[in-house]
Design a protein around this ligand. Structure first.
Ligand code: SF4
Length: 271
């Protein structure tokens, strides 16, 4: 019944202002009990893991409590994606034992990073050092015309820091930026084909086209694999998907079924 993995945007709030950010900008956050209720239901329905994001999930006032409770009260693997600047040793200490994997966004190195993210690179490095003491972790990189030339440096950083995965996220269009162009797409393909680093590469599903990938579960499609809940309680096929249904009193699995039917009908109409 449930997707293998869900992502939940705990809050839209973020203290950074990346140009390519796709998070909605209206003020919205989820309540702890609401999140726990959905995740218990999804756990029972066969879901294997949850990834908390946002906005910046560590800015949710109950972030630590939510992670602890999900780890204690469900069988789900708990992961989160962060910009890394709030990962103090104190925060990491409090999260220990409740996180199975963490992801830190690293869009370029040194000056490129600072121009892309508006934060000091040295502060990011401190965050990565902290997260390395928390759990296995990966680095995420938005691939665009600025970061494509820095993939070697980022993969070296990933290896040095002890990351177990480098997730490539080709930039997607927002109201402010365009998707990666063909030249960046080709350069990314070349880089991946010639990659000889030790850190495992991964790529977003929509960015995978043209890349040599290994899909371990080719039969798994759409909402069987993944669903997203945004900070306004809307269930979507992905964080970019315009179609969404508000999760009300009927619970998340009932809404999942409705969303499946809606998307099937839309697919039939398009074909
Ligand atoms: S850190 Fe993430 S959530 Fe915050 S503005 Fe940048 S892309 Fe958006």
């Amino acid at each position: 019944m449930a997707p293998r993995q869900v992502s939940i945007a705990l809050t839209n709030v973020c203290d950074l202002h990346c140009r390519y950010c796709y998070a909605p900008k209206h003020n919205a956050s989820l309540h702890t009990d609401q999140v726990l209720g959905w995740l218990k239901e999804l756990d029972t329905g066969g879901c294997l893991g949850v990834g908390f994001g946002g906005g910046e999930p560590t800015l949710h006032p109950d972030f630590i409590d939510i992670c602890k409770r999900v780890a204690q009260e469900t069988q789900l693997a708990v992961t989160f994606t962060t910009h890394g600047h709030r990962l103090t040793p104190q925060l990491v200490e409090r999260l220990k034992g409740s996180i199975h994997f963490a992801r830190v966004s690293v869009d370029g190195v040194a000056r490129t990073y600072e121009e892309q993210r508006g934060k000091q690179f040295s502060s990011l490095l401190r965050g990565i050092e902290s997260v390395a003491t928390l759990s296995p972790f990966g680095l995420n990189v938005v691939v665009n015309e600025r970061t494509i030339g820095e993939l070697d440096a980022i993969s070296e950083l990933a290896q040095k820091a002890g990351a177990s995965e480098l997730l490539l996220l080709p930039q997607r269009a927002t109201t402010v930026v365009a998707s990666v162009d063909a030249a960046v797409g080709l350069a990314l393909r070349d880089w991946v084909v010639n990659y000889s680093g030790e850190v495992r590469l991964a790529v977003s599903e929509v960015g995978a086209s043209g890349l040599p990938i290994c899909d371990p579960l080719p039969e798994e499609q759409g909402l069987q694999a993944y669903a997203h809940i945004d900070a306004s309680s809307m269930l979507r096929a992905s964080s970019y998907s315009p179609a969404g249904i508000k999760i009300g009193d009927a619970g998340v699995l009932a809404v999942l079924e409705r969303l499946r039917s809606t998307l099937e009908i839309q697919g039939e109409k398009q074909s």
